[in-house]
Design a protein around this ligand. Structure first.
Ligand code: MD3
Ligand code: FE
Length: 215
C-alpha cells in the first residue's frame, strides 16, 4: 500500500481521481495493436447496435460485448445476459489482449485479484453522449471497473454517490485507462457529447472498453 501511494505521488502518468479511482494515462498505448485487433474480431461476431432503454429511448452510444456475459438493455430493463439478443448466440470470448490489459491495469491500481468476466464496448460518434448514471447491475461492488479510452478525446463527468453531487470533469485521451473501485465504485458518472474530430487510427470515433466482474 505504501508503495502504491509513493508511486501515485511520484509518477505523473498516474493520477488519483478520488479514493479508489486511479487514472493511468497512456497505459494501453504499448498494447494498442492487439487491442484494436481484438475489437475487430469481436465486432465481426457481435456487431455494434443502438440499444433501447427501459424508458423507450434509443441510446446514442452504440454497444456490443464480449466475455461470459454481456450488458444489455431493452424495454424490459437492464441486465447481464449470456446470449447476444441480436444473434441468439453467446457473446464472443474476451480476447487475450483484453484480459491481459484489464488485469495489468487493475493490479497497477491496487486490485491484484480482479478477474473480469464481461467487457462492454461503447462506440461514440460525434454528438453521442452517456447521461449521468451509476453502474449497479453487477453482483459484487467490491470488484473495480477498468475502463480503456481509445480514439477521439472525451470529457468524462464524475460526481458522487448522490445524483445532485458536484461534477468534476476529466479529459480522457487515446490509451488512457481508469480503474474505479472502493468508495467510488457507485459514484454517478457520464460522458459529455463527443466533439467532432479526426483521430489518427480510429477516425471520427471514440471507443471505450469497460471491464467488469458481472457474476
Ligand atoms: C466511475 N462508460 O459503460 S467509462 C459505462 O466512457 C460507462 O463509455 C463510460 O460509464 C464511457 O457504464 C465511462 C468510466 C467509468 C465506468 C464505470 C464507473 C467510470 C466509473 C463506475 C463507477 C465510477
Ligand atoms: Fe457507467
Amino acid at each position: 500500500m505504501t508503495d502504491l501511494f509513493a508511486r501515485l505521488a511520484i509518477d505523473p502518468s498516474r493520477e488519483s481521481m478520488a479514493e479508489g479511482a486511479t487514472l493511468l494515462r497512456g497505459f494501453a498505448l504499448p498494447r494498442e495493436g492487439p487491442i484494436l485487433t481484438g475489437i475487430r474480431s469481436v465486432v465481426v461476431e457481435a456487431p455494434f447496435r443502438h440499444m433501447v432503454t427501459p424508458g423507450g429511448y434509443t441510446m446514442s452510444v452504440a454497444m456490443t460485448n464480449c466475455g461470459n456475459v454481456g450488458w444489455v438493455t431493452d424495454r424490459s430493463g437492464y441486465r447481464y445476459d449470456r446470449l447476444d439478443p441480436e444473434t441468439g448466440k453467446p457473446w464472443p470470448a474476451l480476447p487475450s489482449s483484453f484480459l491481459g490489459l484489464a488485469i495489468a491495469a487493475a493490479q497497477e491500481a491496487g486490485y491484484p485479484n480482479f478477474r473480469p468476466d464481461a467487457c462492454l464496448i461503447n462506440r461514440y460518434t460525434p454528438g453521442a453522449r452517456l447521461s449521468l448514471h451509476q453502474d449497479k447491475d453487477e453482483c459484487d461492488f467490491s470488484n473495480p471497473i477498468v475502463s480503456v479510452s481509445l480514439g477521439l478525446p472525451a470529457t468524462f463527468q464524475f460526481g458522487g454517490l448522490n445524483r445532485n453531487h458536484a461534477i468534476r470533469k476529466y479529459a480522457l485521451h487515446h490509451g488512457d485507462v481508469a480503474v474505479w473501485g472502493g468508495p467510488c465504485r457507485l459514484f454517478y458518472h457520464g460522458v459529455a457529447e463527443l466533439k467532432d474530430g479526426e483521430h489518427q487510427t480510429l477516425g471520427r470515433m471514440r471507443i471505450n472498453l469497460t471491464f467488469r466482474r458481472a457474476l
